[in-house]
Design a protein. Sequence first.
Length: 898
Amino acid sequence: MDPKSDTNSDNPSPGEIRPRVRRHRGPSAVWILPLLAALIAGWLVFKSYNDAGVMVDVVFSSAEGLEENKTQVIYRGLPSGTVRSLRLNDDLQSVTAQIEIATHAESLLHEKTQFWLVKPQISLSGVRGLETLVSGHYIGIRPGDGPETRQFIAADEPPPAIRDQDGLYITLFADSVSAVRRGSPVYYRDVNVGEVIDYRLSANDDQILVDLFVEQQYAHLVKKHSRFWNASSLEVKGKFPDIDFRLGSLATIIAGGVHFYTPDPQENPAAEDGDQFRLFADYEAAEDGVPVQLTFPADTQLSPGTEVRTGGVRIGRVRDIKFSDDFQTLHAQLLIDPRARPLLRAGSRFWLVEPSLSSGELNLQKLLGGQYIELAPGPGRETFNFTAMAEAPAKLPVQQGVELELISDELGSINRGSPLLYRQLPVGEVNGYELTADGSQVLIHAVIKEKYRQLIGSHTRFWNSSGIRFAADLDGVSLETGSAQTLLRGGISLFNPGNNPGKQVVAPRRFNLYTDRESATESGDLDSGSAGLKLTLEAPQLGAVAVGSPVLYRGLEVGEVSHYHLGDTGRSVLIDLTIAPEHSQLLNGSSRFWISGGIEARASLQEGVQVNTGSLKQLVKGGIAFDTPEGGDALTTAQRFRLYPDRQAAQEQALQIQISFSPGAELAPGAAINYRGQQVGRIDSIRVVSANGARIAKASLFHEAAFLAREGTRFWIKEPQIRLSGILNPTNVLFGNQVEALPGDGTDTRAIAHDFIALREPPAYQPQPGLTVELHARELGSIGLGSPVLYRQVPVGEVTGYEINLRGDGVKVYAHIRPSHATLVRSSSRFFNESGVKSHAGLFSGLDIKLASLETLVGGGVSFTTGDLSAPAVKELTVFRLDDEAPPMSQETQGESQ
């Protein structure tokens, strides 16, 4: 058979299958990929053209800090261009930087637009451009007006700040400025309220103009008459020993600064933008005042800056001094505070006060502060020219108060300024002294403050309380000197027999000055010891108390026992106390009293042996002490106080409760009741109430722990637990088991509960400061109470409890995170069991053994990681899964860095 004829044959043989051929109509799918590539390339070309910036030329004096394709142009923190090329100009003195400006910043390119290089500058005034240490140098730009241009010349320094912030813009003018520069702070009462934004020469070059900006919140402090001065300099004025140093803070000395203040700010209108003020060289030049001329003898030692005072208040200073033409007198120019202008009257007197080292005038402030000029106001017309007195007047004028005259045979250590004391409280002072007309006695002039006028009457008696007094009694040997003030400057005490001053006197009234208290009180017959606050105490028995026993407050005697007797029923003793009037405010309705006489001894394993004794007088006559908590109610006339046997009982003011305990852990009388590690009560007695060993304990809760005596409070016995990793509650091994308390959440917090049923074991969850999370695991493993919670192998908490879940197929572990580390737990945190030894073995990988630490090997532990510390924080008792194994360290580190 011919193959060729067989191939060309159109008639297939029977059973032969021939393919059907169809012609494809349309482009091939293989052209889709080149077409897509062409579209992407076209889009990239269009985007590149569309995003291409505008090229500008900026001339810099140096290329230092400029780098091609790196240095950026930044406008208000937004990158707006990049340096593309640098070339040296033909003059060899400058460099042109070709900068590509982003299209969004093209509108900034005008003729007066400014460019400058921002780089770190370190000087005594501070550091500028600090951000460039991290990001590198950059070019700053400030838009200006004018026609568009592409050629610019960079400035060597940043331009002045733009006045676009809310606030006050003012200008200062001065002949010269020292250490005032851009950025120097503006202070008001040492508070930074603004800054210097620029300084320049005036139009005629004869002054310097300083532009200030004051923040909006402080703008109201600047008034039309505010006064500004340079606060950056150190000034030394005067001559030895009157040398005046004036310097600002270290910041103003280094960085410069401007201070201002406003005389009579309530009467001055507020300043406005553009207002001009003079900048004074220093505070003294800026200070406002009333000029006064005061004449002294030519030999007076006086220096500029000497203070002028009246009644201890500074009202001015010596501005300048000069001699008269004949050198016979010294003219001092004073600058007086305008508020003291009403004191400048013809009857006013001035004199120079010199510091002296003597028993009568020892004053550390005066010795260090140097001399000053005293002004004694007087009547008459207003005047501004005075002649100083050679010495202080014998009697100073009294503006307010009661004038007194005291007659004594001798002055003693009393001097001008010596205090008048009533119950050791200063109520006046001596303001002068002189001899009587016949010279036989000393006449002392004194004044009582107006608010103490009612203390002075016809019966008032005075005695000289200066010097040293010696006494010996049951309290021991006493050497009484009074205060240092009365010892060195002298002092006069006064009292009223029977607390009755008598009829009010008409000033000036003359009194005798007795030499001592014994003479003034006629050996105590006139003393008013019985006056004071009356109180009654109730006690089961009298104890170590007698009439005359002292009443003590913090160791100081403030009263005494005046009487005692049996109560109406004969079952108690009533003790009457008298508290000195000046100490009556120490008591209120919550005051607590206890017996402090005799010897008080306590012995315990926790505290050791304590023995407390009072003074010899308390040992012989007994004594009562008291304390007063804050917030008590006012005293009532019929109120009685309980007298406790000792201080501890008074402080505790225990509340009695009853707790039922199940059979089990040992508990002894005297065991402490603790709340969060602090003892708040104790077990008084225990009795067994059933054959199975159930017990009922009588307990006392201290007064401060009364909040535990309410419905829902839980009690349980806290036992020591010995584990391989250590001992929990080790103190209980030595001192016995203790009772732990957890407050309840009863709805009525005012209702007091007295009967409680203790828990058989501690609750798994115990609220406490910090964060407690609930971890769910299949099994507990070696985790136990006190097992550490680790973050990056650092302990940040511990396991405080665990329990089997309700379904019985797993456990709940309560992990407490300390407050300082609670923020490390986030919703992205993962927890892992770090207990025991974890190992993996493979044919090719070998043996891998993981051991976190010896502590977790023995006692178990929990660790956690936090992938995202910015994730939401979690709440108390948030549930997490406790995985059996932590991820490899590389994965853990990678997860936390994301």
